[in-house]
Design a protein around this ligand. Structure first.
Ligand code: P6P
Length: 337
């Protein structure tokens, strides 16, 4: 049995110049996750479920748990001192920490503190998604430029899924490991070592209600999934819960592709590059799969804005490559200005 803390420390040993700062930062995230988990597990019993009459930068009604989760992760990272700035889905601008300790922090974090929160009252699994970069600026307050880095520059990325059990899944570029929270002792225990997509994938996850707005390539891919061809395990199984972390995690375990394409109304799709697509893309690639925006690696996108969106396809390599084949063949100019 290995705890998250033990594993992170062991991982640090693999980086000869490691100072322990990333170890402490990842631990800070793990601690905040436990507090968020506790509130989520009792959300139905307190008035925390309701809306707090605010809207976030996305114009989405903020649920109290969104605000609580945001405060927990920001608070943990601020007091930990390893992170100098944060980009959060819940904040329009970056949060550049004022305290001296944080201003000497070597890292910056992009985070979706509670993804899928519209599912809270229906008790559907929700999640936190985070990504960690080395700061570019040398010292002082962190800057937006520190956050606008390509996914290929990620130092670490992960998610917490608050589901039937609470799990923290992360990578530092040396594979993907999953840790299940034992609430009786408040420890994340390594339960899923070296997570990899299964070789065969038969699940596809997409919001088919957008069908008429999808480009031809996506409409044809959905028809491809429906086609009866036992030699390629089709028709595929459709599973879509509308909570990215839950859909992504199930597909990583069971083998399937998660799709959030662009539409003719929103060619860039809905998911945010910095704190949803990039961290999940890093995990997908480290788990032996691929993550594409339809025409190439998500991780190669040059970010221009901390809240910019991207089409997102992640799963086993053969399934993502099929999407890229269809985009090239049927919608080669889609989303290109
Ligand atoms: P739709 C949740 O709001 C979220 O950001 C992701 O977690 C999820 O995959 C997506 O939106 C669902 O969006 O348009 O299918 O309801």
């Amino acid at each position: 049995m290995k705890t998250l803390t033990e594993f992170i420390i062991e991982e640090q040993a693999a980086f000869p110049n490691a100072s322990g700062d990333l170890t402490r930062l990842l631990n800070d995230i793990g601690i905040a996750a436990k507090f968020v988990n506790r509130e989520i597990n009792r959300a139905g019993l307190t008035n925390i479920m309701g809306y707090n009459d605010e809207v976030n930068v996305q114009g989405e009604a903020q649920k109290k748990l969104d605000v609580y989760a945001n405060e927990q992760f920001i608070g943990a990272l601020r007091s930990g001192g390893e992170c100098c700035a944060i980009a959060s889905e819940e904040n329009e601008k970056i949060i550049a920490f004022e305290n001296e300790k944080s201003q000497s922090g070597k890292y910056v974090v992009a985070i979706d503190p509670l993804d899928g929160s519209s599912n809270i009252e229906s008790n559907v699994s929700i999640g936190t998604v985070f990504s960690v970069y080395k700061r570019i600026s040398k010292s002082g307050k962190g800057t937006t430029t520190d956050l606008l880095q390509k996914g290929t520059d990620l130092i670490a990325a992960g998610y917490i899924i608050y589901g039937s059990s609470t799990m923290l899944v992360y990578t530092t570029g040396r594979g993907v490991n999953g840790f299940t929270l034992d609430p009786s002792v408040g420890l994340f225990i390594r339960s899923h070592p070296n997570m990899k997509y299964p070789d065969s994938g038969t699940i596809y996850s997409i919001n088919e209600s957008n069908y008429i707005y999808f480009p031809d390539a996506i409409q044809k891919y959905i028809q491809y999934c429906h086609f009866d061809d036992p030699t390629t395990n089709r028709p595929y199984i459709t599973r879509y819960i509308g909570s990215m972390v839950a859909d992504f995690h199930r597909n990583l375990i069971k083998g399937g592709i998660f799709l959030y394409p662009g539409t003719i109304k929103n060619p860039s799709g809905k998911l945010r590059l910095l704190y949803e697509c990039n961290p999940m893309a890093y995990i997908a690639e480290q788990a032996g799969g691929k993550a594409s925006h339809g025409f190439g690696r998500v991780l190669e996108i040059e970010p221009k804005d901390i809240h910019q969106r991207s089409p997102f396809f992640a799963g086993p390599t053969f399934m993502v490559e099929k999407i890229e084949e269809f985009m090239q063949k049927y919608s080669p100019d889609f989303g290109k200005k």
